[in-house]
Design a protein around this ligand. Structure first.
Ligand code: ATP
Length: 129
């Protein structure tokens, strides 16, 4: 998983689940090659028998023979998510969505709300087997 800013995860994995535009996609070894646009949600992967979670915010998914590559607009591992920051971002975005007088493009505010919710969802997942 990479973003324009950094390499977020590079690991040997046995399973991946990620939110594409049309819903969650599950990828196991031997999955057919795939190119898909990503939504804003959480990504789960299994490595060493344990589940790990990330928040992923738009971008592209590429599945090749032995690779799952995610080029994301932004992404954070669950354990690095600042929950208070995400709660504040969600509250701010909600105010902007429901108060057009604040002058923020509702589509922009809605996307900010989705990013914050994806961070809260990913942070709420418990890593484990
Ligand atoms: P905020 O309003 O709190 O900045 P945002 O949704 O506008 O949130 P982005 O523009 O999506 O933030 O991301 C900017 C950078 O900050 C990215 O590197 C992203 O990974 C990081 N980031 C944003 N929110 C959090 C968070 N709650 N915890 C950890 N990293 C975050």
């Amino acid at each position: 998983v990479v973003t324009p800013e950094r390499l977020v995860v590079r690991e040997n994995v046995t399973a991946v689940q990620v939110l594409a535009k049309n819903g969650y996609v599950g990828i196991l070894p031997g999955h057919a090659p795939l190119l898909a646009e990503l939504g804003t949600g959480y990504l789960q992967f299994e490595s060493g028998g344990r589940k790990h979670f990330l928040a992923v915010h738009g971008g592209f998914l590429e599945v090749l023979q032995d690779h799952v590559r995610v080029l994301a607009d932004a992404a954070e591992r669950a354990e690095e998510i600042d929950i208070e920051r995400a709660k504040a971002a969600k509250k701010r975005a909600e105010e902007q969505v429901f108060n057009p007088s604040l002058g923020v493009d509702p589509a922009f505010a809605l996307y900010a709300m989705e990013r914050a919710q994806a961070r809260l969802d990913a942070a709420a997942q418990k890593p484990g087997s």
